[in-house]
Design a protein around this ligand. Structure first.
Ligand SMILES: N[C@@H](CCC(=O)N[C@@H](CS)C(=O)NCC(=O)O)C(=O)O
Length: 210
């Protein structure tokens, strides 16, 4: 299995972490986004969106990190990261979609404004955008906190949803997102971050964070 990867991509991190958690040792093929390698013809043939990650398993090519996580989890069903029972599966999908559509954008947006924009010299922070992201994050994190009440993982048992949701939290300290008011979230992310699979997947990302 090949995984076209960029160390600083939270989306690639999500796929790497699930692969490692499942015991896969994918060949990580680096794609240099800053040099625009993702816009080259060979890469666009793999993913017409020009984005990482992309998984290649024999003649099967798959893009979208959550779909990659789900495919890998489906290859090792005994590990339970993607349950087949409809309600349990739906709970995993619920949190994965929620992260993709709701929590992820303001969390990543804030990280961009407060960490990446200054780091890469991309101009002054957009204060209006920052205020909007903070407001949305303040609305959303208590929803995750309530969802975690009385449980260890977002969908009951450890699943690909935990890796999906976790991959928006790496910049929380540097971007100024305190978790004091959401103790279940703080305990959950600490639990996830203690897993060897996560630590191995996140190390190259954190190495690039200023
Ligand atoms: N929804 C996609 C998002 C992929 C994505 O946005 N990847 C970024 C890196 S985090 C990328 O490759 N960006 C390069 C570009 O858009 O030029 C997924 O989950 O895989």
């Amino acid at each position: 299995v090949k995984l076209y990867n960029a160390d600083l991509s939270p989306n690639a991190l999500r796929a790497r972490a699930v692969a490692f958690e499942l015991g896969f040792e994918p060949e990580l093929v680096p794609v240099d986004l800053r040099k625009g390698e993702n816009r080259s013809d060979w890469f666009l043939r793999l993913n017409p969106n020009g984005k990482v990650p992309v998984l290649v398993d024999g003649d099967f090519v798959l893009w979208e990190s959550r779909a990659i996580a789900g495919y890998l989890a489906g290859l090792r069903p005994e590990r339970g990261l993607l349950p087949v029972e409809p309600r349990r599966r739906a709970a995993v999908d619920q949190w994965s979609y929620w992260q993709a559509i709701h929590l992820g954008p303001p969390m990543q947006g804030l990280g961009f404004e407060r960490v990446w924009r200054p780091h890469f010299g991309l101009g002054e922070p957009n204060e209006e955008a920052i205020a909007g992201h903070l407001k949305e994050i303040a609305r959303l994190l208590p929803i995750l906190d309530a969802g975690l009440a009385g449980g260890e993982w977002v969908a009951g048992e450890l699943s690909i949803a935990d890796f999906a949701v976790a991959s928006t939290f790496m910049l929380r300290a540097k971007a100024g997102i305190p978790l004091d008011a959401v103790p279940n979230v703080a305990a959950w992310i600490a639990r996830l971050e203690a897993r060897p699979s996560w630590q191995r997947a996140v190390a190259p990302y954190m190495a690039g964070v200023p």
